[in-house]
Design a protein around this ligand. Structure first.
Ligand SMILES: [Zn+2]
Length: 421
C-alpha cells in the first residue's frame, strides 16, 4: 500500500504570492519540495475539471460554469412564473424577483444558484462543470482521476467543493480532513476558499491582502506540519489553481451591448434577437439568426469595448482550447483585458466591493498558479512554466494508479529540471 496523499486546492492562490514572499512558510516548504511556480491554467472557469481529468476545456466540454441550453435548464418548468417575475418594475422589483427565485430554487431542489442572472434568463442556462457529481461514475465526459481511483480499488475522502453541495468553511473542511486522516484513506481532497474570497474583496496587490496572506500562511502551515507529524510518509500536493488580477476599470458591457442591438434594430433580452451571459471577464452572446452575428461583432469592436477587450475569433478559440462545438458557450465571445471588470455581471450586487478578478489571459503572470509536491518518493526540484493539467498525471503517479486516459498533462516528478523554461 502507498502512503496517503493529501491534495489541497488553494483557490486563486497565485504564483506571485509565493514568489514575492507573501507566504514565507509555504515558500520555505516549497524549496524542500518539488515546486512548479507560474503554472498556467486553461482559459475559462473550470479548473476542477482540468485538475481531475488533465484535459483541456475542448476535451472535457467544461469552460464556463453556465452554458446556454434552454432544453436542459433546471428552471425550464418554472418559465412562466420567472417571466412574470422578470416583469416586476424597477430596482425593487428586481430585488423581489431575485429573492422569490432563490426561494423557488430551494423549494424545488434546484442546485443551480440563480446568483444575479436576470430571472427571465434562468430558463435559458444550465450548469456545466457541476451538472454531475465528479466522483460518481462518469462524472466527466472524459476519463478522470475519480474513475482511475475507483477502478484501482482506492479509497478517498472528500472535503472538496461542488456547486449546490454545502460543505462548511475552510476550518470545517480542514478539520474534517484532519479527523479522517486516522482512517487511512488513499486520497484526501480539500478545498480552501479564503485566498480567493479575500483576493476578490481586497485586491491581490493591496497591503490588506498582504496581511491576510501572512495570517493565512501560519493558519495553513501549522496544519500541514501537524498532518505530517501525525502520518509518517504522508504525500502532499498543495496547489494554487489560478491567479488573481487587480481590477482597475469597470466596464458596463450590458449598456454597450444593448445600444449596439438598438443601432442594428435588434431586440435584446432572453429569447429575443440577441441574448447574453455576463461572467466577470467574459461576455457571451447568442443570436436568433446567424446573419446577426457579424454586424453585432463589428458594433462591439468599436469605442470603449475595443479599448477594454476583444472578440474571440476562431484562431483564438483554437489557441485557448475553448470548446467550439454547439452553442453552449456563445455564438460570440468577448473577453476583457486583464484588470477590466464587466460591471454589472451576473455574480455580484452593484454594491459589492470587487478589487480582484480572475478569468483573464492565462499567459499573464498574474493568472498563474503553482504546485508544491512533497513526498518521500519525490526529489525536491523546480519545474518552470508548467500547466495545471499536469496535476492529474502527477497525482496519479503519487497514488500509483494509471493517469486519466484523456489527460494531456505530464507527471511533474518525471520531467527534467528545466523543461518548459
Ligand atoms: Zn474567484
Amino acid at each position: 500500500m502507498t502512503h496517503p496523499t493529501v491534495f489541497v486546492l488553494l483557490d486563486a492562490c497565485r504564483s506571485r504570492y509565493l514568489e514575492e514572499g507573501k507566504l514565507p512558510r509555504m515558500a520555505a516548504f516549497a524549496q524542500r519540495s518539488l515546486y512548479a511556480p507560474g503554472m498556467r491554467p486553461g482559459a475559462g472557469f473550470c479548473e476542477r475539471s482540468e485538475i481531475l481529468t488533465g484535459a483541456s476545456a475542448a476535451r472535457t466540454g467544461n469552460f464556463a460554469a453556465y452554458g446556454f441550453d434552454p432544453q436542459a435548464s433546471p428552471y425550464r418548468a418554472q418559465s412562466l412564473l420567472l417571466r412574470g417575475l422578470g416583469r416586476l418594475p424597477g430596482r425593487i422589483g428586481a430585488k423581489v424577483a431575485t429573492r422569490l427565485t432563490r426561494r423557488l430554487a430551494w423549494r424545488r431542489g434546484i442546485t443551480m444558484p440563480p446568483h444575479r442572472i436576470p430571472v427571465a434568463a434562468l430558463e435559458r442556462f444550465r450548469l456545466t462543470e457541476d451538472a454531475r457529481d465528479h466522483f460518481e461514475p462518469r462524472g466527466f465526459a472524459v476519463d478522470s482521476l475519480a474513475d482511475r481511483l475507483r477502478e484501482a480499488g482506492r479509497t478517498w475522502s472528500w472535503h472538496f467543493t461542488a456547486v449546490g453541495v454545502p460543505n462548511g468553511d475552510d476550518d470545517d473542511r480542514l478539520d474534517a480532513l484532519e479527523a479522517a486522516l486516522s482512517a487511512r484513506r488513499d486520497f484526501y481532497l480539500a478545498y480552501v476558499e479564503t485566498i480567493d474570497a479575500e483576493g476578490h474583496r481586497l485586491g491581490p496587490d493591496s497591503p490588506e491582502m498582504d496581511e491576510t496572506l501572512g495570517r493565512f500562511d501560519d493558519w495553513f502551515m501549522d496544519r500541514v506540519e501537524r498532518w505530517m507529524a501525525a502520518i509518517p510518509g504522508l504525500q502532499l500536493a498543495i496547489v494554487g489553481d489560478h491567479g488573481m488580477t487587480s481590477v482597475d476599470r469597470h466596464l458596463n458591457v450590458l449598456d454597450h451591448a444593448r445600444s449596439a442591438a438598438r443601432r442594428l434594430g435588434l431586440k435584446f433580452g432572453p429569447n429575443r434577437d440577441v441574448e447574453c451571459f455576463l461572467d466577470s471577464t467574459m461576455a457571451r452572446f447568442w443570436f436568433a439568426h446567424r446573419s446577426m452575428i457579424a454586424p453585432f461583432r463589428d458594433a462591439l469592436e468599436a469605442g470603449e469595448m475595443a479599448e477594454c477587450g476583444f472578440v474571440v475569433d476562431r484562431a483564438l478559440r483554437l489557441e485557448h482550447e475553448i470548446p467550439a462545438t454547439g452553442r453552449l458557450y456563445g455564438d460570440l465571445l468577448w473577453w476583457a483585458d486583464p484588470g477590466v471588470l464587466i460591471w454589472p455581471d451576473y455574480f455580484h450586487r452593484a454594491t459589492d466591493r470587487v478589487l480582484g478578478m480572475h478569468g483573464y489571459d492565462p499567459e499573464h503572470i498574474d493568472s498563474r498558479g503553482f504546485a508544491i509536491i512533497h513526498a518521500p518518493s519525490v526529489a525536491p526540484g523546480r519545474r518552470e512554466n508548467r500547466e495545471l493539467r499536469d496535476l492529474a498525471p502527477t497525482l496519479a503517479a503519487l497514488l500509483q494508479i494509471e493517469a486519466p486516459r484523456d489527460s494531456q498533462g505530464r507527471d511533474l516528478a518525471a520531467l527534467p529540471e528545466m523543461v518548459g523554461a
